[in-house]
Design a protein around this ligand. Structure first.
Ligand SMILES: [Ca+2]
Ligand SMILES: [Ca+2]
Length: 154
């Protein structure tokens, strides 16, 4: 029985790893309908949702968390380039804010910051700019401005 349990665990772990690896390797050849389900796109073992409407940063985040996701955390240049590509370089909210403490930028999960700030950003140009958008690079904006957004989940 113990052996069977271990075997099942091993098979399900390996199966998960395998399908993830296969999807990454053969991403280009996978039919479109496999990528996109209810607006979610699969890329590099993560699911992304690109909004078609606009909301404030807080409302955007709520949309994501109500669906078991959160605003996107951009972990590396590859992810930044992917997001720029799939949004056609449109402005989107990302999961970065300094609303806890001015000048201390934090991802929504508290993870470390990889900086892709645009020239002269963050600059709090119109006053309180506590939330961050991606548009090729990052810029801080007032959180109550409305933009499209991207959710990310496992
Ligand atoms: Ca990410
Ligand atoms: Ca700014």
């Amino acid at each position: 029985m113990i052996f069977r349990g271990v075997l099942v665990k091993w098979v399900s772990f390996f199966g998960l790893f395998c399908s993830c690896y296969m999807l990454q390797k053969h991403l280009v050849s996978i039919p479109r309908y496999l990528h996109i389900k209810n607006g979610w796109i699969y890329y590099q073992c993560r699911f992304y949702y690109m909004s078609t409407e606009t909301k404030s940063w807080t409302e955007s985040r709520r949309y994501c968390t109500e669906r078991g996701a959160d605003l996107i955390i951009i972990n590396n240049r590859l992810e930044q380039e992917y997001i720029t590509r799939v949004t056609n370089a449109n402005i989107v909210w990302i999961g970065l804010t300094d609303s806890d403490k001015d000048g201390v930028w934090k991802w929504v999960d508290g993870s470390a910051l990889n900086s892709f700030w645009g020239p002269n950003e963050p600059n709090s140009r119109v006053g309180d700019e506590d939330c961050v958008i991606s548009h090729y690079s990052w810029a801080d904006f007032p959180c109550n401005y409305t933009f499209a957004w991207i959710c990310e989940r496992n």
